[in-house]
Design a protein around this ligand. Structure first.
Ligand code: C5P
Length: 229
């Protein structure tokens, strides 16, 4: 299977539909985040899901366990393949998300935990009272996520190896911050190429602008798939 989830980062249904229509069959799935989901909710989701490809619904849930369980339950009819929760919401919260997802049966969404946002550095962690080396904190939260029954986590390329070393191979790693050698880095720092990230142990790759802002998005998606083949 093509491990690339293309990020649909737009608040406009028309743009989302155009992008998804053009890339269906060229990528492994689509990632939709808060931008589109806040603007259009289930209609935004369905626009992306109409492709028939797996959908990664990146809503980063973080609330008391009962509320997160309810939120996951409300998402079940949409049948997303993956839903995110914040690992820092704690074990009971992640467990509640996992238990709620299980009620989706065979089509249940897999629960992925967001560890430390890549926008935060050690000083930022210190400021919110988590004064610890960022990588240590990421591994700690990934371990907590697994103990809570989560299926995997979202992590940056440079965190793939430390998490694999700590937790082994039976854990999904969904990895953004991917840049083919021929693409602009934009605002992403510490990137890896698609090939490097897979070799390091990534399960899936989230790739946005190198595909969506390319002069020929379909060509860009094909070039990435060829590099991974
Ligand atoms: O365009 P680009 O490839 O940078 O898009 C990456 C996608 O992954 C965006 O939707 C971005 O919000 C998301 N993401 C990220 N870094 C994280 C978590 C999510 O870039 N740590």
């Amino acid at each position: 299977m093509n491990p690339v989830f293309c990020a649909v980062d737009t608040a406009t249904l028309y743009n989302a539909k155009e992008l998804v229509d053009s890339l269906t069959g060229e990528v492994g799935g689509f990632k939709l985040g808060l931008e589109l989901f806040m603007a259009h909710g289930a209609a935004g989701y369905r626009t992306v899901a109409a492709s028939g490809a797996p959908v990664f619904l990146d809503v980063k849930l973080h609330d008391i366990p009962n509320t997160v369980a309810g939120a996951v339950s409300s998402l079940l009819p949409l049948q997303p393949s993956f839903v995110t929760v914040h690992a820092s919401g704690g074990k009971a919260m992640m467990r509640a998300a996992v238990d709620s997802a299980a009620k989706g049966g065979a089509s249940r969404p897999k629960i992925l935990a967001v560890t430390v946002l890549t926008s935060l550095d050690s000083a930022d962690l210190e400021a919110v009272g988590q004064g610890r080396d960022t990588k240590e904190q990421v591994v700690r939260l990934a371990r907590l996520a697994r103990e809570s029954g989560a299926d995997g986590c979202v992590c940056s390329p440079e965190e793939i190896r430390p998490i694999r070393e700590a937790l082994g191979n039976d854990f999904i790693l969904m990895v953004p911050g991917i840049r083919p050698s021929w693409a602009a880095s934009n605002d992403q720092k510490r990137t890896m190429t698609p090939r490097e990230a897979l070799d390091a142990g990534a399960t899936y790759l989230v790739i946005g602008r190198p595909i969506t802002k390319a002069p020929q998005p379909v060509e860009a998606a094909r070039r990435i798939a060829e590099e991974l083949a």
